[in-house]
Design a protein around this ligand. Sequence first.
Ligand code: HEM
Length: 413
Amino acid sequence: MTPEHHSIDISSQAFWDSTFDERERSFARLRTEAGPTWHAPLPADFPYTEPGFWAATTHQDIVYVSKNSELFTSAEGVAVSPMPKEPQVAMSFFLTMDPPEHTIFRKLIAAAFTPRQVKRIQHQIEQTARVIVDGLIGAGDVDFVSACSSLLPMHTVSDMIGIDQKDREPVRRAAEALFGAGEEKMATDVDSLTIMLTQVELLRNAAIEIAEARRRKPEDDLMTNIVQAEIDGHRLTNDQIGAFMILLSSAGNDTTKQTTSHAMLGLARNPEQREWLLADWDGRIGGAVEEFVRWASAVMSFSRRATRDTEIRGSRINAGDKVALFYCSGNRDASAFGGTADVFDITRNHNPHIGFGGGGVHYCLGSHVAKTQLRALFRELLTRTPKVEIGEPVWLKNTFVHGIKHLPAHFPA
Ligand code: HEM
């Protein structure tokens, strides 16, 4: 039997329209419950039948579910919001697969990321970070999000795929719309889904065109490796390459962009931490980047479905029930991060954050690429723009991405 919806509301539009800190107060209360709690579905503008979801809000429960893909499947979708089935599957590729199918695709992709390619990507990231910050020095008043945060992830993903300069802006827009963060809320009504699917088509076709060109004439790039990769007799088809590129551009773009904005704001509000970091850059930037990712929790949630009746710390989960993994809550859990869980602190030395997921087979494939970008960009920003002033953020209202829409900044001459 399904229990009643919990009295603490984490489902209404009003809840998701409130601030991260206000929402965190509700999550903090849920974390004290005996086990995951049952809630009403999140808002959606189309008919759906799902009765609700279990909220995993503690660090421990999120890690447990993430690491047990046999018991908690991704194959029926990973959004917490109700989503129509078809477009979601078309867009998410191996994000919504389970082993053993998932394993084959992860291996195929991993085979393309040779040390040589990783080095090449790193070099491109460092160069692009330098050019972005060149443009900021003396720029005066700018919106940090559009003038900085959004640029490096877009160029990185486009460089990885091999997308032409002229096509990059439409690709960024498509990826953002896909991820749901371009709008005030997730694109869950029929019209916005149609627009989204048109953009998906654009991304897919761009990727397939490049893949075919590399098959005809191989180059020294990631796409060439992707079309040539082979695991257990499997190679990626055009459709699969298209789907991977859609996943890469949606998963790799807005996440890193939002983390950049949150980190900039965190450092601006804590100038003593900025000084601490600059005093030993090489020794401290690694830990600082982990804190950027924890603090930002750019992806607030994903979900799984129980494959059979089971139990998590006393909560009885039925086969087919949706279990939401609130990374944003797990990343503020004092049992994992101690009494300073709710403060930005780049000096923390124990940081088992779940910003890239709770471990397990779907752990973020781009975590190294993301961290390389954050390192490269903040090195340029902190060493070359020491007098930047940061204003008050305009927050994005969204149920999935923890976002900053605008962040006023002043870069003096
Ligand atoms: C700070 C930036 C980023 C954050 C916070 C982030 C977060 C996440 C999270 C939470 C997941 C799901 C993990 C799970 O279900 O256990 C994920 C998966 C994924 N991420 Fe990231 N990500 C970031 C950057 C990137 C970048 C830059 C790329 C690619 C260039 C990328 C590619 C992927 C892919 C392909 C998956 C699916 C992996 C799978 O299903 O096996 N991500 N990411």
